[in-house]
Design a protein around this ligand. Structure first.
Ligand code: HEM
Length: 321
């Protein structure tokens, strides 16, 4: 069969490409002759992906627990992929920032909506048994979750609220000493740092610190202010940032909190978490008052942070009981 002109032209362009790199096109064509066709399963590394579920116990519901954590970590990775693009963009435009932020919001929406898989999707009896084999590991040790927070706001917003005023303007390393989540991970009995926290810090502290230094002027909050000062139209961006603030600091944490209540709440004394924290005081957003962008909310909205939602969740749970 004659080679048509379109194919000839492509071959010429390929020839130019290889020549420019000092390569022999004919040898590469030989390679193509023998190369296998790409398959779906190789492309997405399906066999590897499906081999990553290794339960520690024979309880079937443990696999659900493992897979849902893995799904969540993949969504966190998707979010970080967008965070990086926003933070490192040259001449960041409002349009690019908004579009990428919408993607992150859609990931958190999917995570919030799907959390029912955890809340209602496992037998409580099985969960309470297999969790004992996972001690002292906890989702608290999700490094990606903490990195999303670092990209999202000025680091001072992640400092425990009792220390925020005194540490305003202090070096990042000093602020890191008082990061809010260290206060959640104290042992119920002794008030000391939990092993869960110690291990987490040992693995991730230097990564968190260097990321925080790196994005000091390119976290979402800093970038937002830069665009605002340039007089850009930031109305849509503002709405997306507010949604993001609510997804990460209220909606997802509350969907997650519902699962802690469902599995660990027991009268009169609640069941201790695998990370050994005082989770009832630590997890609810109305206690933590984590807010990335206080300048986008009224004082009243900040005072009421997470309250309406928690009341409605508690009501649903009471009705179910
Ligand atoms: C039955 C399901 C779950 C229960 C009962 C549960 C329980 C808890 C508890 C009690 C804590 C407080 C820390 C501790 O002492 O361990 C915690 C923290 C955390 N968990 Fe879960 N969890 C569940 C599912 C998940 C899933 C699927 C993820 C996804 C990665 C996750 C991610 C986290 C994160 C990021 C924290 C830290 C939250 C913060 O610092 O505000 N958890 N979890």
């Amino acid at each position: 069969m004659e080679l048509n002109s379109a194919i000839k032209e492509k071959l010429e362009r390929l020839q130019e490409k290889y020549e420019a790199m000092g390569q022999d096109m004919a040898s590469y064509l030989d390679g193509l002759l023998y190369a296998d066709f790409l398959t779906y399963w190789d492309y997405i590394h399906l066999d590897t992906l499906l081999s990553l579920q290794s339960p520690k116990t024979p309880f079937p519901d443990e696999e659900i627990f493992i897979m849902y954590h893995q799904i969540t970590e993949l969504y966190f990775k998707l979010s970080l992929h967008e965070c990086k693009q926003i933070s490192t963009a040259e001449n960041l435009s409002v349009k690019f920032f908004t579009q990428r932020l919408k993607r992150i919001n859609s990931y958190f929406q999917a995570l919030t909506n799907s959390f029912e898989i955890m809340v209602d999707g496992m037998e409580r009896e099985q969960f309470l048994k297999f969790r004992m084999s996972l001690l002292p590991a906890s989702g608290f040790q999700s490094g990606q979750y903490r990195m999303i927070e670092i990209y999202a706001c000025d680091f001072i917003q992640l400092v425990d609220k009792a220390h925020r005023t005194e540490l305003q303007g202090a070096p990042i390393a000093a602020q890191f000493e008082q990061i809010y989540w260290k206060y959640g991970a104290t042992e119920l009995s002794s008030g000391k740092q939990t092993l869960t926290l110690k291990q987490f810090i040992q693995k991730y502290a230097s990564q968190f610190l260097s990321l925080a230094e790196q994005v000091q002027n390119t976290n979402f909050s800093a970038l937002y202010h830069q665009l605002k000062e340039r007089g850009e139209d930031i109305r849509e961006l503002t709405e997306e940032l507010k949604k993001f603030d609510l997804f990460v600091n209220v909606d997802w944490p509350l969907a997650h909190y519902k699962s802690a209540v469902r599995y660990l709440e027991r009268d009169p004394i609640d069941i201790a978490a695998t990370g050994g924290t005082n989770w009832q005081k630590y997890l609810p957003p109305r206690f933590q008052k984590r807010i990335f962008y206080p300048f986008l909310w009224t004082q009243e909205q900040q005072n009421e942070w997470g309250k309406t939602w928690v009341l409605s969740v508690l009501k649903t749970l009471q009705n179910k009981a």
